[in-house]
Ligand binder design. Structure first.
Ligand code: SAM
Ligand code: SF4
Length: 474
């Protein structure tokens, strides 16, 4: 291994970027790069960018400006790379618009990072010769990205993301993903299983399977047959050490009865479903090319609640899509009232270059968008509070993920993905604890661990965590 150098990766946007940042770090670890928490002492800074909304994309340029200024003030030489969806969408434009960028690399080329970084290093300070790698290569990057070390897995904690599917063929008219991430591709099931086994052996207890359209998963199994998401989830739930499985993001069109039934039949599948609906108006859903209407959404909600009455629903909403009238927005509010969400993400429509909606008539004025998002978020916040408040007095199993803000505090996740603060020893991180919920605030819940009892379900062979049923002093 070559000399040690420091790497700082800053991720913007979705969970897929969080996962990609880890894989980039793992790849560069082989070249002697160790992670640092500050850009100031890094030899290589990677900005892992998001292009989904204009604001997210613009953040990159302000961050590049800030980096350049800090470099000049400190008289420091750093290599700067722009990765992620802005890199894919804007490519060489980035070199023109921002000073001090050595490398632009799209999401499908992360396995090439070691050679790209070495090449950029050879070019030295000649920034005008910045490298741009945004092709969609024929090879599968996952075949070349090295797995994380045990130490890296431990550092990242007992809940991990695993990308199982990338890209999207749905072409919603507002969205850049089909252009930045390309066509929908599912990873083969055995490779995902290998990755999960490795994670579980290092102490991971919960995996969230991620993909832009995760419930359209159709990877090949060991016999070369196409496997769907329910099959993948069942196989992962069988991996020793894995106590909990989640999946995100799902599209309503791909929410079939088999997947819904799994929420009844598989205890390891957590009762939380993130199902973006975007709008409650059928007219707007059609203009968005969402391929579903509000009736299908209600039907799915009813079916899931029938098999898993306590399920927590989460969703994404866009307000102010071109042509959205007060009546369309009222339909969105009505949908929210009827469903009742435990959590949600809502956004003002942001026009994205190259997408069909950018050229549509009836762009909604900014003040109108602001008024609508304000009203929607107030309703969604009240629903979240109602869901959390209904958990008061309940006993929930939480996965303890990390230390809290104050000594003696721990932070865990409930089955419904709520953050819960409890008191307990740091050794309990990575275990499940039975917690009685007593407090609710805007940010999290708080509770007491019942009888000071921690447990690990089906511990991994070489777990760094405590053994099954072994108790810790609280
Ligand atoms: N695949 C997911 C789905 O089926 O909806 C969503 C992926 S996207 C990364 C996350 C969310 O960003 C979307 O659900 C949508 O609400 C929001 N989004 C995407 N494009 C947007 C745009 N142009 N303006 C505002 N929000 C947008
Ligand atoms: Fe974008 Fe629509 Fe695909 Fe989701 S389903 S990634 S919103 S195009």
């Amino acid at each position: 291994m070559s000399e040690t150098r420091k790497l700082y990766v800053r991720s913007f946007g979705c969970q897929m970027n969080v996962y990609d940042a880890q894989r980039m770090t793992d790849t560069l670890a082989k070249e002697g790069y160790v992670e640092t928490d500050s850009p100031d002492d890094a030899d290589l800074v990677i900005l892992n960018t998001c292009h989904i909304r204009e604001k997210a994309a613009e953040k990159v340029y302000s961050e590049l400006g800030r980096l350049k200024k800090a470099q000049e003030e400190a008289g420091r030489q750093q290599m700067v790379a722009v990765a992620g969806c802005v890199a894919q969408a804007e490519g060489a434009e980035i070199l023109k618009r921002a000073r001090g960028v050595d490398l632009v690399v799209g999401p499908q080329s992360y396995h090439k990072l070691p050679e790209l970084v070495a090449d950029a290093q050879r070019r030295g300070g000649n920034r005008r010769a910045g490298i741009v790698e945004t092709e969609f290569p024929v090879e599968d990057k996952f075949d070349f990205l090295p797995p994380p070390t045990r130490a890296a897995i431990n550092k990242r904690g007992p809940a991990a993301f695993v990308t199982v599917q990338e890209g999207c063929d749905k072409f919603c008219t507002f969205c850049v993903v089909p252009y930045t991430r390309g066509a929908e591709v599912s990873r083969p099931l055995p490779k995902i299983l290998d990755e999960v086994i490795r994670l579980a052996e290092a102490g991971v207890r919960e995996v969230t399977l991620i993909g832009q359209n995760v419930n359209a998963y159709h990877g090949l199994d060991a016999a070369g047959r196409s496997a769907n998401l329910p099959e993948l989830i069942r196989r992962i739930a069988d991996v020793p050490g894995i106590a909990r499985v989640r999946y995100t993001t799902s599209h309503p069109r791909d929410m079939d009865d088999e997947l819904i039934g799994l929420h009844r039949d598989l205890p390891a599948l957590m009762p939380y479903l993130h199902l973006p609906v975007q709008s409650g108006s059928n007219r707007i859903l059609a203009a968005m090319n969402r391929k579903h209407d509000r009736e299908l959404f209600f039907e799915i909600v009813d079916k899931v609640r029938a098999v898993r009455p306590d399920i927590a629903f989460s969703s994404d909403f866009i307000v102010g899509f071109p042509g959205e009238t007060d009546a369309d927005f009222a339909d969105t509010m009505d949908l929210v009232q009827r469903v009742g969400f435990a959590s949600a993400f809502s956004f003002k429509y942001s026009s994205r270059p190259g997408t069909p909606a950018a050229g549509m008539d009836g762009q909604v004025p900014e003040e109108e968008k602001s008024a609508r998002i304000h009203a929607l978020q107030a309703l969604l916040d009240s629903q979240r509070l109602a869901f959390d408040t209904a958990c008061q007095g309940r006993v929930l199993d939480i996965l303890i993920e990390k230390p809290g803000r104050f000594p003696g505090q721990l932070i865990g996740r409930s089955p419904y993905l709520q953050s819960i603060v409890v008191d307990g020893p740091v050794e309990a991180i990575g275990t499940l604890a039975r917690v009685e919920v007593h407090g609710v605030s805007t940010r999290n819940l708080s509770g007491d661990i019942r009888g000071g009892e921690f447990f690990v379900e089906r511990p991994a062979r070489e777990s760094r965590f405590i053994g099954q049923s072994e108790k810790l002093e609280a």
